[in-house]
Write a protein that binds this ligand. Structure first.
Ligand code: PLP
Length: 378
């Protein structure tokens, strides 16, 4: 069987058109965008065109886009620069955030820069927004709220505009890790009320090693990386020109194809979901249309038959995951623990527009073969 890739929440295949768009900036147009000569100006134009394209797709000003090397750097910049560069004394986050937010928040707390509070979760894994409101109302110093738009392991979503409204009303700065949603949903950042969001190109068929941080106009951030004062003094370091061009192209394609692709992926997800339930699985997180349509996390009973399923799928050439790529090898998933699903064998299947109906058919046939008899056992 040809390899089947169902781990698109970890990373996606680069789109051929994205690769094409990047090539000139890896070969002929290799100038440094900070150089004043012609080659530099060509590179600068490419970077600024990409910035304008991304800003116009997300409905924000080009000046509010800061290019970074990845989602992790964007989140680090958001948390560290705001906490260290202002008098905010409190971070409020959730226990299901990606490690790049959780570890950064813990680090800032350990260093005595901010107190750290975790917002309560509802039983389906969503953030309890009433609890967030309550925490903010009891606020003595300023707060930074860091809550992800959709969870990378379970697909559990956050009502971004409602969370933003609560933060605005309580004068808190609101950062949202949107790494799993930029390139998968339309955004209107100008109206969203969110202060900062992070994104990463390799999650939407762009290249690895490039991302951005959106910073609402008027919000001052201290740079995490200092040096040549690139990106208007907010992120030093020579820009990854080809990566930035590729990211803008990837976002453009994702936006143009959103209606068609999201429908296609939802269809694939629903088909697989039905089969997994037939095979004894239960859906972790939310099991309705509001959940991130690219992610399907399923829990199976912890018994001999299911125990090796992840390994067996890998051996059969299927790429899926037991959690986030970043938490691999670090014990169990903190997200699964936070939603109380540790008594199951959990597998994340995640989709992209490159997955086909035929691939889902092959996967379900394989699962049936591997689990023959398992349903009877449970
Ligand atoms: N945030 C979320 C929700 C993610 O899923 C990931 C990657 O898995 C990241 C942040 C980190 O992004 P990057 O790999 O670009 O550092």
């Amino acid at each position: 069987m040809k390899e089947l890739y169902f781990d698109n929440a970890a990373t996606t295949q680069i789109d051929a058109q994205v690769f094409e768009a990047m090539l000139p900036y890896l070969q002929d147009n290799f100038g440094n965008p900070s150089s004043m000569h012609g080659a530099g100006r060509v590179a600068r134009l490419a970077v600024e065109n990409a910035r304008r394209k991304i800003a116009s797709i997300l409905h924000c000003s080009p000046a509010s886009i800061v290019f970074t090397s990845c989602g992790t750097e964007s989140a680090n910049t958001a948390l560290r620069s705001v906490v260290c560069g202002s008098d905010l004394s409190r971070i409020i986050t959730s226990r299901t955030e990606h490690a790049c937010v959780l570890q950064t928040a813990r680090d800032l707390h350990t260093r005595g820069r901010a107190s750290l509070h975790y917002v309560a979760l509802n039983t389906n894994g969503t953030v309890n927004l009433a609890d967030l409101d309550g925490l903010l109302q009891n606020n003595t110093g300023g707060s930074l709220v860091a809550l992800m738009h959709a969870n990378n392991e379970t697909g559990v979503p956050l009502n971004l505009s409602l969370a933003a409204e609560i933060c605005l009303r309580n004068k808190a700065v609101f950062f949202s890790d949107c790494v799993q949603t930029v390139g998968h949903y339309p955004f209107d950042l100008g109206r969203s009320g969110v202060d900062m969001i992070s994104a990463s190109a390799h999650k939407f068929h762009g290249p690895k090693g490039v991302g951005f941080l959106y910073v609402r106009e008027g919000l001052q951030i201290h740079p995490l990386l200092t040096g040549g004062a690139h990106e208007s003094g907010r992120r030093s370091g020579t820009e990854n020109v080809a990566g930035i061009v590729g990211m803008a192209k990837a976002l453009e394609i994702a936006t143009e194809q959103y209606s068609k692709d999201s429908l296609h992926i939802r269809y694939l997800k629903n088909n697989l979901r039905e089969k997994l339930i037939e095979l004894g699985g239960v859906i972790n997180g939310m099991d309705d249309d509001s959940a991130l349509y690219t992610v399907l996390n399923v829990g199976f009973p912890k018994n001999d038959r299911y125990e090796n399923l992840l390994l067996e799928l890998d051996m059969a050439g299927v790429a899926v995951s037991g959690g986030s790529a970043c938490s691999a090898g670090k014990g169990g998933s903190h997200v699964i623990e936070a939603i109380g699903a540790t008594d199951r064998i959990n597998i994340r299947f995640s989709f992209s527009r490159f997955n086909t109906r035929d691939q889902v058919g092959q996967l379900t046939t394989l699962l049936e073969e591997l689990l023959a008899g398992a349903v009877r056992q449970t």
